[in-house]
Design a protein around this ligand. Sequence first.
Ligand code: ADP
Ligand code: ASP
Ligand code: MG
Length: 430
Amino acid sequence: MGLVVQKYGGSSVADAEGIKRVAKRIVEAKKNGHQVVVVVSAMGDTTDELIDLAEKVSPMPSGREFDMLLTAGERISMALLAMAIKNLGHSAQSFTGSQAGVITDSVHNKARIIDVTPGRIRTALDEGNIAIVAGFQGVSQDKKDITTLGRGGSDTTAVALAAALDAEVCEIYTDVDGVFTADPRVVKKAKKIDWIAFEDMLELAASGSKVLLHRCVEYARRYNIPIHVRSSFSGLQGTWVSSAPLVRKTQQQGDQKVEQAIISGVAHDTSEAKVTVVGVPDKPGEAAAIFRAIANAEINIDMIVQNVSAATTGLTDISFTLPKTEGRKAIDALEKAKSVIGFESLRYDDQIGKISLVGAGMKTNPGVTAGFFEALTDAGVNIELISTSEIRISVVTRADDVNEAVRAVHTAFGLDSDSDEAVVYGGTGR
Ligand code: ADP
Ligand code: ASP
Ligand code: MG
């Protein structure tokens, strides 16, 4: 029996009962002979509540202090979980990200892990303990300040520890039974996916399926760590995320590769906003100047669209999307660079949503794009921006249209299940 890393999300440890329930599950894994490392998120919506609190004190809190505040959430859950496990007669020790050796760069609020040195975790395991690690946090290599990995970052902590400790598997326990063909909170007829390739999961996660964080999947693919996403509330098998697995069918048929679905699923995201730079001179260097200003402010953008310039004025508009949380910073950065760029005005719209269709099979299936747009037309949904990759099509629409659009596309591509409705066991969906 090897080492397993188990990660429990906030909804799985939302209250004292949840913590006790999860503790029992962890002890079971230990009793089955595994060495167990647990990564835990903050209880319920604690992180959101801490953010609300910070905003009441200061509209633009310093990154360092913001991280110091947010990491408190995971400290609470890790200590309580260790206590609950001890109460069941097993030994457990809790560790902050820093104590667990999670070393990051120094970009506060969205730090990247650059090294993991889990010496203390190894020692704790060798001494027979269950090790509990606070997710979503680390310590910066240069300044030794406490950092956080961005919202949902406990997933990344879990995979990074699994890689550093050479774990057999990284289990992500959450409030649904696995990865579905769409968010079960929006599509009741979503189907659970038994296996999905890293590439497809990467696109789903990048397109807003928050069941797994994008960076966590990137990390797992790089180190080839299989992820098992499953519910902490049921005993069901969940979804395996890995490179193509082999399944043993029958003795005669031998091993066969699991076949990949043409369409993996529909993702949506309402966490982004759209900035339009109006009246940009249509000459070389303008886009570079706009996006240099944005990059210098350390803002990641998503889609970009440039309109054809009006013949009479020689001016064009450039729109791009970015996380709502970065909206104010982006507008400030562009205003500061206005004289260099030379645009007329800025427009900011945070009432948008993005819908994406993902599937490795779409590159060899003509008609997927047309079918996607037809489904949106039939649902009466207007498209504002479009972007594509080899295995994804995304559109931006009004935020109010998103749920309807996701359901329409899900049905149009034959993804609706005809059996049980997808179960959501907990969480507020916040
Ligand atoms: P945790 O607190 O366990 O980290 P999250 O809220 O981050 O949980 O992620 C789980 C949620 O992800 C589910 O409750 C579900 O609403 C949402 N979700 C979005 N897309 C999907 C999908 N394709 N499959 C499953 N869940 C999804
Ligand atoms: N507690 C953090 C958040 O809510 C990290 C996590 O849950 O993964 O984003
Ligand atoms: Mg999460």
